[in-house]
Design a protein around this ligand. Structure first.
Ligand SMILES: [Zn+2]
Length: 604
């Protein structure tokens, strides 16, 4: 490399001089950064700003600050991130992988606008229900939103274009930025205000066809997640505000996760904790004193009713980091909300001061909800205390099913609801994808129908009856995946990327004097014949950094394979091959290098 001696001169001149800034003015100024455009990937040219500082929080396991220090991204505002070239490369590889699997099911890629109207969201009934919409007003004071998801827009678009069953099935997807007015952005890319998502929408004209489509999408998801080579769980899931009644969540098990997933090691039962069922058992005796009972206090959405919930305290045999030992930590909020839908679950602490009292006598409504193991007659003095504050209503059975209420959370060790003798394990998990069968949830209110054929009296076919299209929507959180992968595979030395999304598959680091040879090593990694795959390598040819610094940086960035031209190279032309994830460290002759690197990459 012809530029090297100039850098070396400059570097020495810096070191000699006590006041380099003054000295610089007398030098013929030359930047330390030179752009090489010879077609090879070079760190001297590729912009990787290092040394960024991320505030370390209790939630961060180090991976988020590694992403910042490694030069993948920077935070612009709370929950808003700029992706730098390294981060964008990871994102683009992930997008290409998604494209491949979407093509495999015949889905066409499109790009819907990020802007949507309040009006459309009112039509679907989701405007009022979502408190995290990022709202906009234009100069005419018309209400717009930055889309958190696109069911409304795609339904409106499809209903204007698709008129007949002959136009179906239709599968379209996009990979686009989505927005959420996050109350408390946290955990870097895992919960941000702006994020990238893949959303696939499917349209069929019968339920059976839609269910077949659903299965096809699930197969494509399995193939996609398998390629990342990271273990994942597929859980039966709550469809929440999305509607429909068939949905699955794709999770990575992770201590940073905000979801809890229950799984049975004996059978293949996996469910989101909120939906998981427990095997039935009958209590020998109802609890009738406050001892061993946990009481949690909440409030209704209209602020008129105080809610007391009584559940048995669960004895914890082993210390489990995933368990919140406060009263709310004992309660299955999903089960509670199905009993009392008006509950406001956004209030975390001390709801009493929010309560609206009856202005005439200072009292309020009180609802007491009892788990089936707790007697509603517990502690007369406690009941009197509560009664002094207002009028009491007790709930002991489910208002629609009439069944006794099991309001406690599932814990590790609880019996499996499906198999005999199996026990459940509850793990924290990060949701990285979901599939939803929506049915006519959006197509019906938004009048997205197609004409179906019917047979006339004369026996000929004609288009007549209109049916609402059967839809599905299927997401993959692209930004979340980047954050989750970074978190799962990082260790105390830095990040680790699966080969398929790694910004580069391998880095070549020369020691002093082997810079020219490193270019040759780079070239041997490229394929020879047209059918050979090139290894996506990058040369660390940054002039002013030494070998130790570069090795440290390579560990931080998390290239799957690191190649070093060090002592073994100078002695007998062998390249040191390192792979932290597979604990590989060996010297390899140059004629075997491509083969060895390929075989390592295939495992990652
Ligand atoms: Zn089981």
């Amino acid at each position: 490399m012809a530029v090297q001696p100039v850098y070396e001169l400059l570097r020495k001149s810096f070191l000699r001089n006590k006041n380099p800034v003054n000295r610089l003015s007398s030098l013929n100024l030359q930047s330390f950064r030179a752009l090489h455009v010879d077609g090879r990937n070079r760190l001297s040219t590729f912009w990787v700003p290092t040394g960024g500082i991320a505030p370390q929080t209790a939630e961060d396991d180090g991976s988020h600050s590694s992403l910042i220090r490694g030069g993948f991204l920077r935070q612009a505002y709370s929950g808003v991130f700029h992706l730098l070239p390294l981060g964008l490369r990871v994102q683009e590889k992930l997008e290409r992988l998604i494209d491949k699997h979407m093509r495999s099911i015949g889905a066409s890629k499109l790009s819907l606008s990020s802007i949507t109207s309040e009006e459309l969201w009112r039509q679907s009934g989701r405007f009022g229900a979502n408190s995290e919409l990022l709202r906009l007003r234009d100069r005419k004071e018309s209400g717009f939103l930055l889309s958190p998801t696109h069911e409304e827009e795609i339904t409106a678009l499809a209903s204007g274009i698709v008129k007949s069953y002959k136009d179906l099935p239709l599968r379209v997807y996009q990979i686009s930025r989505k927005y959420r007015d996050e109350r408390r952005p946290r955990q870097g890319l895992l919960r941000a205000k702006e994020f990238l998502m893949k959303d696939l929408y499917t349209f069929d004209y019968t339920i059976n066809m839609a269910l077949e489509t659903y299965q096809t999408v699930r197969n494509a998801y399995a193939a996609f997640f398998d390629e990342l080579k990271i273990p994942y769980l597929v859980a039966n899931a709550d469809s929440g505000t999305m509607g429909g009644n068939l949905s699955h969540e794709y999770h990575f098990v992770s201590q940073r996760g905000e979801d809890h997933v229950c799984s049975c090691a004996k059978c293949n039962y996996v469910a989101n904790e909120e939906l998981a069922e427990k095997a039935a058992h009958t209590p020998s005796k109802l609890m009738d004193t406050l001892e061993g009972v946990r009481m949690w206090t909440g409030i209704s959405k209209d602020r008129n009713t105080l809610v007391h919930v009584y559940v048995p305290q669960v004895k914890v045999e082993t210390r489990d980091e995933t368990i919140d030992e406060s009263a709310i930590g004992h309660i299955n909020i999903h089960a509670l909300k199905s009993v009392y839908p008006d509950l406001d679950t956004s209030i975390e602490k001390n709801p009493l001061h929010l309560l609206k009292t009856n202005s005439s006598n200072g009292t309020f409504q009180i609802v007491r909800i009892f788990d089936y193991r707790v007697s509603p007659n517990l502690e007369e003095t406690h009941r009197r205390d509560v009664a002094n504050r207002g009028e009491i209503n007790d709930i002991t059975t489910h208002p629609t099913t009439g069944k006794p209420l099991d309001l406690t959370r599932i814990r590790t060790g609880d019996p499996c609801p499906i198999c005999e003798n199996g026990t459940l394990t509850v793990q924290r998990a990060v949701e990285v994808g979901h599939t939803f069968h929506l049915g006519a949830r959006y197509s019906e209110p938004m009048n997205a129908t197609v004409a179906l054929p019917t047979q006339n009296a004369s026996g000929s076919m004609a288009l007549s009856g209109q049916v609402a299209m059967q839809m599905g929507c299927h997401g993959i959180g692209v930004s979340r995946l980047i954050g989750a992968i970074a978190s799962l595979l990082s260790d105390n030395r830095g990040l680790n990327w699966p080969r398929v999304v790694s910004p580069f598959e391998c880095v070549i680091i020369p020691s002093r004097g082997t810079e020219e040879d490193a270019v040759g090593v780079y070239d041997t990694l490229q394929g020879v014949s047209r059918t050979d795959v090139d290894i996506d390598a990058i040369l660390d040819d940054r002039p002013i950094k030494d070998l130790g610094w570069k090795l440290h940086d390579a560990d931080l960035i998390g290239y799957p394979v690191i190649l070093i031209l060090g002592r073994a190279w100078k002695k007998d032309r062998r390249v040191e091959v390192q792979c932290r994830r597979l604990h590989v460290k060996e010297d390899v002759k140059i004629d075997k290098l491509r083969e060895v690197v390929m075989s390592i990459l295939e495992k990652l």
